[in-house]
Design a protein around this ligand. Structure first.
Ligand code: BGC
Length: 482
């Protein structure tokens, strides 16, 4: 049970606690089980990459058309849009070659109200275009047509860097008329409907890719991007010869794994608890992103709430007396877990939260609630560790190395804000991938700045192709002249 000397339960174990631990047992995954899960994910990843197996693969392994990480020569001014986390953001970003820095010049957060998250696609993109217009006005940028990096953090089949089809919504979005459509076109159409400004070339990226790229400017061995926030996912640089759905054998391409979809074919039923099943069934997208629903910020609070409801029903908490708030879906927020698990203030925070939820607690209740939070967050960290270990082990094997040193760019509220999530995750990855040494780089504004980075790398590559082409044209002309 994670905590050692500081566990309050080790001081006064009693019958009630022993019984509660029985309910928590299905959440405890041994190292062997995690290894088995990692092996399953590996199979699923290979299935996702395959030309003939991809269509039924739960882990989509989407090509991103990002073929290079930054080399430090990128520069320029860019706009970035970031949709898919807790907030929608617009950024103005400057990439500075001399200092190898990505500077956020300014940014603005726009709320996306629930009715827009679940309205029509046109409403959503009109709202985005309006936020961008406001921002451009405030920066005096409306006359310019800056290139734009669009971080769109949902599973998309990328056709080209500026053409990307939404496969399905996740994380509480369900706008109509967007699934199956090119999201870049929907954005451009919305901007053209307004006709008061325009944008230059667009590069579409997933937030994992943005995170990898923004860290990649600082640390060129950063070849993995990972998000553990509202949702969860990772991307990494895969060998082109293994990316069967894209022509070409040379070099590497960044693959957006969409590991949140792991288990959508039922392959995680053995570790899904009754509480995970309810979280999935009552979500707006049942059956989709099963792995994500066991891990990410959108769902962790709800898993804890359902456990607390059950323990109260079975008279193991709060003397069997529940409250209206506890019975309300969504009322136990994921941030409560972080607050309750704080080292020094955790128990006090727990008391305040339980009081706010209208519950009558005693000191044993408080300690048990903390144990529940601990158990749910450790499972999340360990499942992420198993998935990350699968990726680093794969990169190492791909390159025929005995030992791999690599860097992961990470972002997301769960990873950043939870007091010991990152420690638990890192310790377990270390055990599951003993031949890899991994540096974790928390990315600052990663998905926004990273989108600008992708745009900058795409421009650098387009420029160098142009130069190569004109060089070979010149050579051909010279040959012909001879
Ligand atoms: C989406 C991914 C995204 C992740 C983290 C998931 O729900 O499918 O595309 O990277 O959330 O934001």
């Amino acid at each position: 049970f994670g905590r050692k000397c500081d566990s309050p339960l080790q001081r006064t174990p009693n019958k009630q606690e022993v019984k509660v631990k029985k309910y928590l047992k299905p959440f405890l995954l041994s190292q062997e089980k995690l290894q088995e899960i990692s092996a399953r994910l590996k199979k699923n990843m290979i299935q996702g990459l395959g030309k003939h197996t991809h269509h039924k693969a739960p882990v989509k392994m989407l090509p991103t058309f990002v073929r290079a990480t930054p080399d430090g020569t990128e520069k320029g001014d860019f706009l970035a849009l970031d949709l898919g986390g807790t907030n929608f953001r617009v950024l103005y970003v400057r990439v500075m070659e001399e200092e190898q820095k990505v500077l956020k010049m300014d940014s603005q957060i726009c709320a996306i109200p629930q009715d827009i998250m679940r309205g029509t696609g046109e409403q959503l993109f009109d709202h985005i275009a309006a936020c961008l217009a406001d921002f451009l006005d405030s920066q005096n940028l409306k006359g310019q047509t800056l290139p734009l990096g669009f971080t769109f953090s949902f599973p998309c089949e990328q056709i080209e860097i500026d053409k990307s089809i939404l496969i399905h919504w996740t994380k509480g979005f369900s706008c109509s008329e967007v699934e199956g459509k090119d999201v870049v076109k929907l954005l451009r159409d919305a901007i053209h409907r307004r006709a008061d400004y325009d944008i230059g070339s667009v590069a579409m990226v997933n937030d994992t890719v943005g995170t990898m790229m923004s860290c990649g400017y600082k640390d060129q061995s950063c070849e993995i991007g990972m998000i553990i926030g509202t949702g969860t996912n990772a991307c990494y640089m895969e060998e082109m010869k293994n990316v069967k759905r894209v022509e070409g054998e040379d070099g590497r391409m960044c693959i957006n794994t969409e590991w949140g979809g792991f288990g959508d074919d039922g392959s995680l039923e053995d570790i899904q608890t009754q509480f995970d099943v309810v979280v999935d069934k009552t979500s707006i997208n049942p059956g989709i992103h099963i792995f994500e629903k066991m891990i990410s910020g959108m769902y962790l609070g709800e898993i804890v709430r359902l456990l607390l409801v059950k323990l109260t029903e079975d008279k193991l908490l709060f003397k069997g007396k529940t409250s209206e708030a506890l019975l309300t879906p969504g009322r136990f927020e994921t941030r409560f877990i972080s607050e309750i698990e704080e080292q020094d203030r955790g128990l006090k925070n727990c008391q305040n939260i339980l009081t706010e939820l209208g519950l009558k607690w005693d000191s044993v209740d408080v300690r048990l609630v903390r144990l529940v939070c601990d158990t749910v967050s450790i499972r999340s960290a360990h499942l992420c560790a198993a998935a990350l270990a699968t990726i680093v082990n794969r990169i190492r094997e791909n390159r025929g190395l005995d030992y791999l040193k690599t860097t992961v760019g990470v972002d997301g509220t769960v990873y950043r804000k939870h007091p010991n999530f990152s420690d638990k995750l890192q310790a377990m990855v270390h055990r599951l991938a003993p031949n890899c040494s991994i540096t974790f780089l928390v990315s600052e504004d990663g998905s926004g700045k990273g989108a600008a980075m992708v745009t900058a790398v795409a421009q650098r590559q387009a420029l160098s192709h142009l130069l190569e082409d004109s060089d070979s044209d010149r050579k051909e002309d010279e040959e012909e002249d001879k």
